[in-house]
Design a protein around this ligand. Sequence first.
Ligand SMILES: [Zn+2]
Length: 69
Amino acid sequence: MLTCKETTELLSKEADEGLNLRESLDMRLHILMCSACRNYRSNVQFLRRACRSAATPDQSPDAAPKDAR
Ligand SMILES: [Zn+2]
């Protein structure tokens, strides 16, 4: 069983370079049982998505005005 610290390290590694099968299974198992790391993971994914859409502002769904009066 991983500690929360090890799990957060694996989560950033997953985002950067990916995990091997063993690391991925250990990380998922911990996340199933630990809501703190589950929240951390969705924050990481949200931030990465936000960074990506900030880098490509043309694809932002809120860029076009809904009411052009
Ligand atoms: Zn945890």
